[in-house]
Design a protein around this ligand. Structure first.
Ligand code: SF4
Length: 285
């Protein structure tokens, strides 16, 4: 699918497909009038996407097609894709087109025991688009996953959650103070969503980004591990080592990047974090 970008942004047409979400994309939806944006958010007829990427082996089980949405309410210090914070940085894509894009890959995804993952940004900033897209993909018989920070999960009904085969919940911290330090906001809603998934008995993966000097706090990880284990629905914990692939985006967007001098964790530090979650009885890697 080729979509014309906003005037003056890029001479060539921008493809909805990207080699990776680390491609920098800005201003691609700026031509959409605010009134149309409001309607889009209310109905889900139109979504704003950074891109689709194919062949991912790290965003859920099997090989995945991933749609990356724009807009996020958090401001994680370690965010790799700050260009996805702003809704109108994304390409405006009618829901119908997004469904067609997934349909192209449906048979292959099923054959590879993979599926479709909706990620971001924060996909539930566009909750109507997300819910409708996931329902349409589910009806194709394709495995569905959402990677979310959980903050707006209240916007999904139980029926809509049932259309999601796997929730990959990004948990940034356990205590409210640490969560605010990392993201700028509190995490009551995130914990509430995790408990709701447990009540609904929906499968969940938990993700935690390990950043030396910011999130490598033993007590935080122990509390998170104990909470995760208590839910009874966490199938897997993924410790994601911090990296600097997104650093250039912070600079190009003129943002203050606090983690300039931060190095990725060593293999030993990652192993220690993994061990904390395993000690709580969770499958972690
Ligand atoms: S929740 Fe994700 S997209 Fe949003 S700021 Fe944090 S890392 Fe970035």
């Amino acid at each position: 699918m080729e979509i014309a970008p906003a005037p003056g942004v890029a001479a060539e047409t921008v493809s909805i497909e990207a080699a990776s979400p680390f491609e920098m994309r800005v201003h691609l939806g700026e031509d959409v009038p605010d009134m149309d944006v409001r309607t889009a958010l209310k109905t889900g007829d139109l979504g704003f996407l950074h891109s689709f990427t194919t062949g991912s082996a790290v965003d859920g089980p099997g090989i995945r097609l991933v749609a990356w949405t724009t807009a996020c309410m958090f401001r994680c210090q370690y965010c790799h894709n700050p260009d996805t914070w702003t809704l109108k940085n994304g390409i405006p894509v009618p829901l119908k087109k997004a469904v067609e894009e997934v349909q192209k890959y449906a048979n292959g995804l099923k054959a590879m025991k993979g599926g479709f993952t909706l990620s971001g940004g924060e996909p539930l900033m566009q909750d109507r688009f997300a819910a409708r897209l996931l329902a349409a993909v589910k009806s194709m018989g394709v495995h569905t996953a959402i990677e979310t920070n959980g903050y707006y999960a209240d916007r999904l009904s139980d029926e809509e959650i049932a259309n999601i085969d796997l929730v990959i919940l990004d948990m940034k911290a356990f205590t409210p103070e640490q969560h605010r330090r990392v993201t700028g906001l509190l995490n009551d809603e995130v914990l509430k969503f995790a408990r709701r998934l447990a009540t609904l008995k929906r499968p969940m993966w938990l993700r935690y980004v390990l950043v030396p000097g910011l999130t490598d706090i033993r007590e935080e990880m122990e509390a998170l591990a104990s909470f995760g284990a208590s839910l009874g629905v966490v199938e897997r914990v993924e410790i994601l080592p911090f990296h600097q692939l997104g650093e250039y985006k912070w600079h190009r967007l003129g943002l203050t990047y606090e983690l300039e001098a931060t190095k990725p964790p060593t293999a030993e530090e990652v192993a220690k974090a993994v061990a904390i979650f395993r000690a709580a009885g969770l499958q972690a890697d």
